[in-house]
Design a binder for this molecule. Sequence first.
Ligand code: SRM
Ligand code: SF4
Length: 566
Amino acid sequence: MPLSLPPSGVERLKEASRGLRGDLAAELAAPGREVSEDAYNLLKFHGTYEQHDRDTATERKQRGEAKDFSFMVRVRMPGGVLTAAQYLALDALADRYGNATLRITTREGVQFHGVIKQDLKGTIAAINRTLLTTQSACGDVVRNVTATPAPRRDAVHARIRADAAMLSTALLPASRAYHELFLDVAAQTALGTEPEPLFGPTYLPRKFKIGIIAPGDNTIDVLTNDLGIIALFEGERLVGYNFALGGGLGMTHNKPATYPRLATPLVFIGPDDLRRGVEAVIALQRDWGNRGDRRRARLKYLLDDQGLDWAKTALEGYFGAPLAPARPLPPLLVPEILGWHAQGDGRFWLGVPVPSGRIEDRGGRRLRTALRAIVARFGADPVLTGQQDILLSNLAPEDRGAVEGLLRDHGVALAEDLTPLARWSLACPALPTCGLALAEAERVHAPIVAAIEAELARFGLADERISLRITGCPNGCARTYAGDIGIVGRMPGHYALYVGGDFAGTRLSFKLHDKVAEADLAAILAPLFAAFAAGRGRGEGFGDFCTRLGADALRQLGTPPRDAAA
Ligand code: SRM
Ligand code: SF4
């Protein structure tokens, strides 16, 4: 039974927290820029993480100074959908409280970095005034619901957007702690906390992620979610939903009990039962998930420990009726949604690539200024994608030239200016903000892409659609194991190299080499590219080729650089 271990410290903290209040009010009002460990853990549920500048930590310690603490604030928006006014408000907050950047996340959200404790309340309250929230953006709750992002004005996309929005709102905690702490809403409960009908007093054992797609657009990698929902349509008529359970990518190096897993399609849910079905899955994880070991607390481990038959039967119990098995899955596709596209209502969207999701002005590339100007002047409503890019929607046909000209005037590269490798690459923030980073990711994204691009060009593969994901540690925030090539931080300057996932996000990659020096990554891939160029099958992608050959054969293709070991 998964409940055999005693509850972890975080479980005890949640239970004693009076609906996630704890001592947060006092801690937020206290002087200083740091919070206690309990407050750190509770603040996550309200959408913010204490961090410190890792670049200066050692130097400051040597000088006897405290770390440079600040907060990351994460905003949730189901399906990445924003209005122009919301975007402009977030953009202004980046200057007022943050580090003058907006970071599009791999879950279609936005992060601010560098907010000091004294500005947390102001930041969160200002976000709420735009009708967005940071509530449950982090913590052991349901995170931002991701969805097929393309702003097509048809029934299929309208339904996906509506479902994501409905789930996002319906699955928020009942606790009013967030409103009391950050929005000055007076406490309304004599008991000190409200009942949590769905989550109970200890919320979920771990973060819980939901994504929903139409099979034609899997840019969010739906199978990496605890609950991946694939909506099935006949024409534009919704037939129902395949529920795939147990996705999750986090793992720890050298701890085989932890591993990435793609969700398994388990049951089919009728078109009118979406919320009921989702609540049944949440209840399953709430009651049976591992609350003793946070490293093995995601739904994926429950499924593997107890078995799929057990899970289906238990799920039927929570749902209150037998459930049909998942229907055969149509192929999941990853279409090009950057560049110009007709929405279907006479208007257009322009998808603009955002390297590592970082919206900033840097040198001659003034992306942030350009986006702000386009949103303000042309009323574009942005949609953020799970590939860390931005879709500027609702543009009038006559504005297309001016919009594109404005981006070019600000030195912004458009999708057609990028190689497919650069266009389909992701990198997590890693250093200097992420406390878990073992190596750089965002800050080495461009040089790693350039080095690999050069090798691809050598073998005539410059135009090949290959997905590349770079993370500073094995947690997989840029969905490292769900693409063609995964580069995973191992220790400073060194990475584990994964290959063999597929472009559509339906197969996991495998580890080919461990501890490869950053400077050797492209060279170690070169023999694989040579073999792929010479021996690929018809229509075979790079990841498919790697999987067909297998790790042993791939390793024999070339001599690994100096310090790469299998
Ligand atoms: Fe993540 C933790 C950033 C998507 C798996 N993730 C973190 C933290 C909060 C570090 C921490 O716990 O101290 C990172 C903050 C870094 C910083 O400085 O901002 C962080 N994760 C991110 C973002 C910003 C990466 C990005 O490049 O966009 C993404 C925010 C999404 C959002 O808006 O909610 C982000 N994280 C993901 C994804 C991808 C996804 O969901 O599509 C994954 C893999 C899927 C999964 O959940 O398994 C992911 N993050 C993790 C994990 C491993 C969880 C596990 O089961 O082991 C951690 C560590 C943890 O939870 O203990 C983590
Ligand atoms: Fe931090 Fe690791 Fe996530 Fe990158 S993958 S943001 S280093 S936790």
